[in-house]
Design a protein around this ligand. Structure first.
Ligand SMILES: [Zn+2]
Length: 504
């Protein structure tokens, strides 16, 4: 790979490898790229949340090293968007920072999470993507570059539409505006490394996944999600592909895949309670018991939030105005903390029925008791079975240090696990072991760790992959394509996984 090679990178949030393969015959541009790739799958991080995942893509580091990761539990007052406090950890450590220090000119457009922009060798156009969490803003480095449009034209769409179908046209308009702005920078500035990020597909999949699942046979193709894959194929991939020449490698990647949000719940805290590791305050099931009343109100509120989009919108607005409110929500729990040893933690405080979660073990146990407790919980989780088929529900479970190592490892629960895709964790305690998810209707789509995308394309050469890539391989791979190999081996958790195929 010569030092003249340029890299043009398109990041599409939530682009799913399985859907791409499924739709590829009707996606001519993606298909052109995929025909030259032996594999397009990439493994995301745990948990496969967007901020956590993009931070790993940018830095080549696992989340325990960059710290952009957020688990919530009912013990701590967790605020919404807590991970934003750690964004400073990626400043100066992104792949474009390394490239810039090797005199590569970088043009970085809308990098998710990387806001405000910081000084680089080139241009950074940064915006706030989480418009439901914080006010929309757009800033550039250097400060005086003309955008060629009104910033409001590239403002991401809300994740909480009261009528989902109303976001389709505005989302398409937004994507076209993003492409227009991107091409303007691509043409007007000298660059060796160009990166542009698109946020909308993730949102569309969250909201419309049930359509995809409900259609059978050929009708499968007549869904909103499929239409968006076609839209991206034509107006994003097609437009940028025109600029790929012999000196340029084209990379298309995503932070995680998408799938159906679990419908079935397994109430992990109830398992812990029955194992004697978690104690509940509720003694009597009546309204004279304040903790029962609180739990009753909470259950009802969650149900209403999930079923009524307009209320969900208000709730999200409320949470963005008062980020501490989630803390109140999570702390008002029926758990008797004095006598509890272990309890569930996930990324949504139980609002979203995630299939990836963890268990926190109370501090203050002796080291040997702590290890014994963890081991017994690991064993217990492995034994949880579907009550109807006696199939195991937990896909994998491990101690956190067996997954990642780094200064922020303590942000992970002591034990982490992934349920099979159709199962999510429920937070109910004091009642049944299994239940049904109520957030399923509101956000039927769910992030998947296994089906993120990495495609590398060159017009006349082919690449070989050393193995299936993971997000931390992206930064060192991009640097190698640019001819930068002389960094310290310990700089990244991943490695360059692409080689040119000498047969081509
Ligand atoms: Zn994402």
């Amino acid at each position: 790979m010569t030092s003249k090679t340029k890299c043009l990178i398109i990041g599409i949030d939530g682009l799913d490898a399985d859907l791409l393969s499924h739709f590829k015959d009707q996606l001519p541009n993606f298909n052109k790229l995929m025909q030259k790739s032996s594999s397009i799958r990439m493994t995301s991080v745990f948990p496969p949340d967007s901020p956590t995942a993009w931070a790993s893509i940018y830095t080549g580091l696992n989340p325990a090293k960059h710290g952009v990761v957020s688990f919530k539990d009912s013990r701590t007052r967790s605020k919404v968007g807590e991970y934003l406090d750690y964004v400073g950890n990626i400043v100066g450590r992104a792949f474009w920072d390394y490239a810039g220090r090797h005199n590569k000119k970088c043009c970085i457009i809308f990098p998710h999470l990387a806001y405000p922009p910081w000084p680089i060798n080139g241009i950074m156009v940064s915006r706030t993507t989480e418009v439901d969490l914080r006010k929309f803003d757009l800033k550039t480095y250097p400060t005086n570059i003309p955008l060629g449009c009104n910033p409001a034209e590239v403002m991401p769409i809300t994740s909480f539409p009261s009528n989902p179908y109303q976001i389709i046209q505005p989302t398409k308009k937004l994507i076209l505006n993003e492409v227009k702005l991107g091409l303007r920078f691509l043409n007007n500035y000298d660059w060796n490394l160009f990166f542009i990020y698109f946020s909308s597909l993730d949102n569309i999949q969250h909201v419309f996944w049930n359509e995809l699942e409900n259609y059978g046979g050929d009708k499968k193709y007549k869904s909103t999600i499929f239409n968006f894959y076609r839209f991206y194929d034509k107006y994003v991939i097609g437009k940028f592909l025109k600029y790929i020449d012999e000196n340029t490698v084209f990379i298309v990647l995503s932070d995680h895949g998408h799938g159906l949000r679990p419908c079935k719940l397994v109430n992990i805290n109830e398992f812990l309670a029955r194992a004697g590791l978690l104690k509940v305050k509720i003694k009597r099931h009546n309204f004279y018991d304040p903790s029962y009343t609180m739990e009753f109100v909470k259950k009802k509120t969650t149900k209403i939030i999930s079923e009524k989009r307009i209320i969900a919108k208000m709730a999200s607005k409320f949470l963005s105005l008062f980020p501490q409110a989630l803390g109140i929500y999570t702390v008002s729990s029926p758990i008797d903390w004095e006598n509890t040893v272990a309890y569930l933690a996930d990324c949504s405080a139980g609002l979203k029925a995630y299939s990836y979660a963890g268990i926190k073990v109370q501090q203050g146990l002796s080291p040997s008791l702590y290890e014994k407790t963890r081991q017994s919980i690991v064993n217990m989780l492995k034994q949880i079975k579907n009550p109807f088929s006696s199939e195991k529900i937990v896909e994998w479970v491990m101690k956190r240090e067996d997954l990642y190592k780094g200064p922020y490892l303590s942000k992970y629960p002591d034990i982490i696990f992934k349920l099979k895709d159709e199962w999510g964790v429920g937070w109910e305690v004091g009642d049944s072991l299994y239940g049904k998810s109520i957030s399923h209707k509101l956000f039927p789509g769910n992030h998947r760790q296994e089906s993120a995308v990495l495609i590398a394309y060159h017009p006349s050469r082919e690449f070989l992959q050393l193995r299936q890539p993971t997000l931390t391989d992206v930064a060192p791979t991009i640097l190698s394509l640019l001819g930068i190999d002389n960094y310290n081996l310990h700089t990244f958790d991943g490695e360059n996984i692409l080689r040119y195929n000498s047969q081509t």
